[in-house]
Design a protein around this ligand. Structure first.
Ligand SMILES: Nc1nc2c(ncn2[C@@H]2O[C@H](COP(=O)(O)OP(=O)(O)OP(=O)(O)O)[C@@H](O)[C@H]2O)c(=O)[nH]1
Ligand SMILES: [Mg+2]
Length: 209
């Protein structure tokens, strides 16, 4: 995939009206600090268009990056941010839920999981939430550079087993430092963008998507 242009077009907070962009959207979910914004920067070949931080809780809005005037990459705020107030966490949950449930353009949801750790209860909840909304998440196993190459398969299996993922679920090990896995993410995004609109599938086929 060639990145010709990219701009941060839309930023939504908890009280914003969510936009109907009219273009395919691909969203990235995952716990705070897992590397969502870093991954988006790597994927769009920018150093710091998406703001990142070593402190969790950096992204607190839903940010829509317009790529090639063709589709949107959607950076979601991270969950499980311990220092956030109960009220902020609820607002976060409602905002993400509203987006997942109502976006007419969302084609695919990627769930980012740290390759070093077994998924948490929050990860499990997010995974189930994505599935319950009718999407089969693509998993990005982040911070690949932090483990030995010999550990990769074992760690991927832990992710798969802990969340009881079906065999066909794609897991892409990725490092935003070395950019390993970037081409696979590009291909998965391109597939999602080209796919038939999920909502159209509902109305014309079996009723599930
Ligand atoms: N070694 C290494 N560090 C990474 C990688 N990806 C992200 N990081 C670091 O992890 C920290 C968090 O990265 P972010 O991209 O801001 O994480 P986020 O998921 O967007 O976090 P929130 O916005 O809080 O939800 C930063 O210090 C990054 O430099 C990676 O692949 N390898
Ligand atoms: Mg972020």
């Amino acid at each position: 995939m060639k990145i010709k242009s990219v701009s941060l077009d839309i930023v939504c907070g908890p009280t914003s009206v969510l936009p109907d962009t009219g273009k395919p959207e691909v969203a990235f979910a995952g716990k705070s600090n897992v590397g969502k914004s870093s991954m988006i920067n790597a994927v769009i070949n920018r150093k710091a268009l998406a703001r990142t931080s070593s402190q969790p809780g950096k992204t607190q809005t839903i940010n829509f990056y317009h790529v090639n005037n063709e589709f949107y990459l959607v950076d979601l705020p991270g969950y499980g941010y311990a220092a956030a107030s109960q009220k902020a966490r609820e607002a976060w949950g409602k905002m993400i839920e509203r987006y997942l449930q109502t976006s007419p353009n969302l084609r695919s949801v990627f769930l980012l999981l740290d390759i070093r750790h077994a998924p948490s209860q929050n990860d499990k909840m997010m995974y189930d939430w994505i599935v319950d909304n009718g999407y089969q998440p693509i998993i990005i196993a982040t911070k690949l550079d932090k483990i030995k190459r010999s550990q990769v398969q074992k760690q991927v299996k832990i992710l798969r087993d802990t969340l009881s993922m079906p065999k066909e679920t794609k897991i892409i090990p990725f490092s935003s430092q070395t950019k390993q896995g970037k081409e696979e993410i590009h291909a998965a995004i391109a597939d999602a963008v080209r796919s038939i609109d999920e909502n159209e599938t509902v109305s014309t086929s079996t009723g599930s998507h």
